[in-house]
Design a protein around this ligand. Structure first.
Ligand SMILES: *Cc1c(COP(=O)(O)O)cnc(C)c1O
Length: 415
């Protein structure tokens, strides 16, 4: 068992933590240790204020006029540029809109269009399923000779890229293991073979430093509700490198992507810039929650977030490794922090029941099939002592065999 007196070391780390005050920006209870910010971030106070203002003052006050007076209509581009600053993208290349799934359809179609004569979409077989499903759907629609999904073992990803590969679609940080690709070298290797790189940044944006422009990324999508803390079902984002913009269009040609939506012309003409990747009306309340969440990142560097995230993750990994009662947990995340995003996953045959019992003990993580206990590390609101306390509670849950209670085996819809 870990010596509870060691908590003092973690308290000392908290006193020296330059990000410590950021915790006050969130609605967070000291009773819960939240290790699930990689699935749904905790609400930032500024998000709740922003939604309240948008509803009570703007919607209720200005009514439809707010589209102009509060520039609701400009939210996708304005927020896109703010997300751009967190992911190393210059202005005019990022939009906040729709879900990752919908945005993938737009970008996969755009990629196929940019590589006429090539029809294969390559993806690692362990990619997030929605990414694969959306490519399947596009393939069903366009036919195999125009769009064919080929899933490959991750270790054969680059050698699988051939003359027929239009685009390689891959997730930067694996949602199960937290394993992270090198953005720049992988992008370059894909492009060397004539294909485009389409990155899913769901577990990266707001968690690890990213330089999309510098890495010469072609296309990317990312999530608003995970490490960006934009709220349940927050709009996602998409990135299209400026060099591609003049040549690409996308198939979900709704009026908001038209050059002149309010001319109500019968024929479609895409907007000049990144706005051509819009489809329908922006979800204003969702955007406003995300806008407040982005305020929290003001004055924070992603390098500081990453540094703290690495310290927290390493502490978690080494405390679990030292703990005799936790010997049954097998680390499946890369041990090298440079190859890992901001989560730590352990395999255990009773991972689901453990995760449920842990929630009752005040530690919120999640479960991923078949046997993974997934613990997300969000440096903006987690303290070093939280990691220590979480491991103590995990030890207790394991030694008391609390997780063996049958009620912890009942599966909910969302795991
Ligand atoms: C969470 C997540 C998504 C979510 O997609 P939505 O369509 O926005 O629900 C997509 N890809 C990855 C890798 C994810 O982790």
């Amino acid at each position: 068992m870990l010596d509870p007196a060691r908590r003092a070391d973690f308290e000392a780390l908290d006193r020296a933590d330059p990000l410590a005050t950021k915790r006050d920006a969130f609605v967070i209870s000291d009773d819960v240790i939240y290790l699930d910010g990689n699935s749904l971030g905790i609400p930032p106070r500024a998000s709740l204020d922003s939604v309240r203002t948008a509803a009570e003052n703007e919607w209720a006050g200005d009514l439809i006029g707010a589209w102009n007076t509060r520039d609701w209509i400009g939210l996708p581009g304005r927020l896109g540029d703010r997300v751009g600053r967190l992911i190393g993208a210059a202005a005019g290349q990022v939009l906040v809109c729709d879900s990752i799934s919908v945005n993938l359809t737009k970008l996969l179609a755009a990629a196929l269009q940019l590589r006429p004569g090539r029809s294969t979409v390559i993806s690692p077989a362990d990619n997030f399923p929605t990414d694969l499903y959306m490519a399947e759907g596009l393939s069903d629609l366009l036919g195999d000779d125009r769009c064919r999904l080929r899933t490959v073992p991750p270790e054969h990803l680059l050698t699988s890229v051939d003359d027929d590969t239009a685009v390689v679609m891959l997730t930067h940080v694996n949602f199960r293991t937290g394993a992270m690709f090198d953005l720049r070298s992988t992008t370059a290797a894909i492009q060397d073979r004539g294909a485009l790189a389409l990155w899913d940044l769901a577990h990266s944006a707001g968690a690890v430093p990213l330089s999309l422009d510098a890495a010469n990324v072609d296309l990317a999508v990312g999530c608003g509700y995970k490490f960006l803390n934009g709220g349940p079902g927050a709009p996602a984002f998409l990135y299209v490198a400026e060099r591609h913009l003049p040549q690409v269009s996308q198939p979900l040609t709704g009026w908001m992507g038209h050059a002149r939506p309010f001319a109500f012309e019968p024929g479609y003409e895409p907007a000049e810039g990144i706005e051509r990747f819009l489809s329908g009306t922006p979800s204003v309340l969702g955007c406003r929650a995300l806008e407040g969440a982005l305020d929290v990142f003001d004055g924070v560097t992603m390098a500081d977030v990453r540094t703290k995230g690495t310290v927290l993750s390493q502490a978690l990994i080494s405390l679990v490794a030292e703990s005799v009662p936790l010997a049954g947990l097998r680390l499946v995340s890369p041990a090298d922090p440079a190859r890992r995003g901001s989560q730590v996953s352990f395999a255990h045959p009773e991972a689901y029941a453990l995760k449920e019992a842990l929630i009752e003990a005040g530690v919120v993580g999640d479960f991923r099939e078949p046997d993974l206990l997934r613990l997300g590390i969000t440096p903006l609101y987690l303290r070093h002592v939280d990691i220590f306390d979480a491991v103590l509670r995990l030890e207790h849950t394991m030694t008391a065999e609390a997780y063996l209670d049958p009620r912890f085996r009942r599966r909910s819809k969302v795991t």
